[in-house]
Design a protein around this ligand. Structure first.
Ligand SMILES: NC(=O)c1ccc[n+]([C@@H]2O[C@H](COP(=O)([O-])OP(=O)(O)OC[C@H]3O[C@@H](n4cnc5c(N)ncnc54)[C@H](OP(=O)(O)O)[C@@H]3O)[C@@H](O)[C@H]2O)c1
Length: 372
């Protein structure tokens, strides 16, 4: 016989599956899934938040349930909201539907909610059960949780490297180190993040577009960011060919005015930030600017110098590495992480490995910075 808590867990896992429907569409909102039970405990409605501005999961599930929700239970991965955002408060919809019990995965770290939804439900006489599958529910929205707590984007460094740790061959050519399947996974990641960032070295070497091309995210707008202290990016770079208004180039105050005017003329936004002490863009200011622009997650796509800066400054939370069974060698070939390097293993950045798997002939390693 299963206990009530086990039943809630099983239903929460189903709600987590439903939430996956929003993986590419909800940002900067969280992914949420919900299941509605009638007063006898039968599942009568399921729903997910699929895209930002769209119906919330609770409302979607309650709509399916209709009058069968009266006296029933709502199981939801994230605390229902109690404030007016892009849609009306979900708590009101829950109360109007006649729900008697709400089972919540995690509280919403959004300062506008954070316990207020649960409190409003309790005040209205609804039984609230919290913390069912809490870790999995928090992990589902790790980028959103980080943004709500810190007001700067969650940063993942994505790198495709050889077994000997190179991002490119001697001379700078990097197409292609990994298999097509690995590159596809890399492009899918791009659809999950609000913005991508590269250093000017990568723009000069590869002339990338950095666009989304898999069509997974219904929102075509992806903010593309370049760190370019002295504005060496050409106004004819491929990056600026389509949707140049989605390109932000960060530079220092002393960057040449003519280069700024040329990039702005091509449609890009040019933003000057302070010096990081090494004559380069101050990453903390860059992240604060992006956070202020509503960017909740940032995928850093190279190159080695930029990876080093994020890691050295403690500003990256995760690494998503594609490791190819290929050796390029070369003391001058771009390393996955460049910079001056640390002086001892003790000073290095320790990672907690979350995932190791194969994709075609390559190996994927996902690791968190400063984990266990
Ligand atoms: N395999 C892969 O996944 C992959 C991905 C990307 C790139 N790549 C390869 O990597 C190579 C380029 O890498 P790279 O290391 O030479 O260059 P990079 O990291 O792309 O760009 C570094 C440059 O960015 C500018 N920058 C501005 N602010 C910075 C900051 N705070 N920290 C670091 N850099 C900052 C600096 O130039 P200024 O001082 O002029 O601003 C710096 O030299 C190319 O060969 C490319 O093909 C491979």
């Amino acid at each position: 016989m299963t206990t009530t808590r086990e039943r809630w867990s099983a239903l929460m896992i189903r709600a987590l599956e439903l939430a996956e429907q929003g993986r590419y569409g909800t940002s900067p909102n969280p992914m949420v899934g919900a299941v509605v039970l009638d007063s006898s405990g039968n599942v009568v409605g399921e729903g997910a938040h699929r895209r930002c501005g769209g119906e919330h999961a609770e409302v979607a599930a309650l709509t399916v349930a209709g009058p069968r929700a009266v006296g029933g239970t709502l199981v939801v991965t994230l605390e229902p909201c109690a404030h007016h955002g892009r849609t009306a408060p979900c708590v009101d919809a829950v109360l109007a539907a006649g729900i008697r019990r709400v089972v919540i995965g995690t509280l919403d770290p959004n300062p506008l909610v954070n316990g207020a939804g649960a409190a409003k439900l309790r005040a209205a006489g609804v039984e609230v059960v919290e913390g069912i599958e809490a870790d999995r529910c928090a992990e589902l929205n790790y980028k959103f949780f980080h943004f709500m707590r810190h007001s700067v984007p969650y940063v993942t460094l994505k790198m495709a490297m050889t077994l000997d740790g190179k991002l490119a061959a001697r001379g700078g050519r990097s197409r292609w180190i990994t298999s097509e399947a690995a590159r596809r996974e890399g492009y899918a990641l791009r659809e999950e993040f609000d913005a991508v960032l590269v250093g000017v070295g990568t723009v000069l070497a590869d002339d990338p577009r950095l666009t989304r091309h898999l069509g997974l995210n219904p929102n075509p707008a992806l903010l593309r960011v370049v760190l370019d202290s002295h504005l060496r990016v050409s106004p004819t770079a491929m990056l600026l060919e389509n949707r140049p208004e989605d390109v932000v180039v960060f530079c220092l105050d002393e960057a040449p005015a003519a280069a700024r005017a040329a990039l702005e003329g091509a449609g890009a936004r040019v933003v000057s930030v302070g010096d990081d002490g090494q004559g380069r863009c101050d990453l903390r200011q860059v992240l604060r600017w992006l956070g202020g622009a509503g960017v909740s997650s940032l995928l850093v796509e190279g190159g080695g110098e930029v990876h080093w800066s994020f890691l050295k400054e403690g500003l990256a939370q995760r690494l998503h590495v594609f490791l190819a069974p290929l050796v390029l060698g070369g003391r001058e070939a771009t390393p996955a992480v460049g910079g001056a390097g640390f002086a001892s293993p003790q000073e290095g950045v320790r990672l907690a490995v979350r995932e190791v798997r194969r994709v075609a002939e390559d190996i994927v390693i996902v690791a968190e910075v400063g984990g266990v």
